[in-house]
Design a protein. Structure first.
Length: 362
């Protein structure tokens, strides 16, 4: 396990011929030859805003332990890899993170990163566009992190959000050693898959044009920085205005989806069939599948699968259960089937993840 995110990269040069465009002020890092090949280019646009271009391929899987202590929000636009053609919203609350990077995948990604005071602004904008039930989950996450940090809660979600993002956490402090899996309860943690669905959105044709303009920037110096800043902010606006556009389901349609979710979660070990589930919530199989796709971009049983695997991930990282016991606890009768599903979802074998986490604790 690599201890820091930067450990898988080495210092590079802005004169690297692989860069599409560059400037002396850019921070260039390259992937060492024993791990793979490629680069990471960070372009500072203002004190609280950076543009990142990543283009690399790893020869082996990496599990990176990040004792993060700086909060940020990021908008990612992967052009290749597992999330290709999907825009992503990400937020770091300053918690420790086990980051998994998969081998044999060409990663080409444009990312816009906000730090300092602007993090709260963009997180609030993201939350304002969530479905009501997903918003409630997001507020539970913020409340849990705030309570973990402060030892008490507050009735003001906005205040808690701002305090959580503004807190500076010492690398050696107790707070920097906890992961989200440890901070959130076993009830709340699996629920964050709803936020995962909400933060993944298709890259529109307009977004693609702006990304192309960023990658082919013809300017240098201060003009380059001003041009890229304008395009980066434009891309963020498009993420909210085009990427997060949701199908306008009426209240009754949303209610049967929420009811179906509750049934699947409460009966996750022995779930009903899709037909039975649809009947229980007062709709038909076609409308149920359609509704889940509109809200979560997956089927009811794709939703259940992800819920089970997220529960399993938390158990692997926080309990003393064996892999076999974890698999059984989330409804898998076969350890091999569980391992395959887990590896497909998270990019790492469950036993490897468990051993790495336990090794770090010891």
């Amino acid at each position: 396990m690599l201890e820091r995110y930067e450990d898988w990269l080495e210092r590079g040069s802005y004169k690297d011929s692989r860069l599409l465009h560059s400037d002396k002020s850019d921070r260039i890092q390259v992937c060492p030859s024993h791990l793979g090949q490629g680069y990471r280019q960070e372009i500072p646009l203002r004190d609280d805003l950076s543009l990142v271009i990543e283009n690399y391929r790893l020869d082996r899987n990496l599990v990176i332990d990040i004792p993060s202590h700086n909060s940020f929000v990021a908008f990612g636009f992967p052009l290749t890899g597992a999330d290709a053609r999907h825009s992503l919203f990400d937020v770091c609350f300053g918690l420790r993170e086990i980051h998994i990077k998969q081998s044999q995948q060409q990663i080409f990604n444009v990312e816009i990163v906000f730090k300092q005071s602007t993090t709260a602004i963009y997180l609030q904008e993201f939350m304002a566009r969530l479905f009501p039930q997903t918003l409630d989950i997001a507020e539970q996450v913020i409340r849990s992190i705030y309570r973990y940090r402060k030892g008490y809660s507050s009735s003001n979600t906005k205040e808690m959000l701002e305090r959580v993002l503004q807190d500076t956490i010492s690398v050696d402090s107790h707070s920097s050693q906890a992961t989200l899996e440890q901070v959130l309860s076993g009830t709340v943690y699996p629920e964050i898959q709803d936020i995962e669905y909400a933060r993944h959105n298709l890259i529109s044709a307009t977004m693609e044009r702006v990304i192309g303009q960023i990658l082919s920037c013809p300017y240098q110096g201060t003009t380059r920085r001003a041009y890229l800043k304008q395009k980066a902010l434009n891309l963020v606006t498009l993420y909210f205005e085009e990427g997060m556009l949701r199908s306008r389901l009426n209240k009754s349609d949303l209610n049967y989806i929420y009811q179906a979710e509750k049934i699947l979660k409460s009966q996750s070990i022995n779930p009903p069939t899709t037909e039975m589930l649809a009947k229980q919530v007062g709709t038909n199989r076609f409308k149920l599948n359609q509704g889940f796709h509109q809200v979560h971009n997956t089927t009811p049983f794709g939703y259940l699968r992800n819920y089970r695997l997220r529960k399993a991930k938390r158990l692997l990282m926080t309990s003393e259960l064996s892999v076999e016991e974890v698999a059984a606890a989330v409804g898998y009768k076969s350890r091999s089937n569980f391992a395959i599903a887990f590896r497909q979802q998270f990019g790492v074998n469950p036993k490897v993840l468990q051993m790495q986490v336990r090794q770090e604790v010891s």
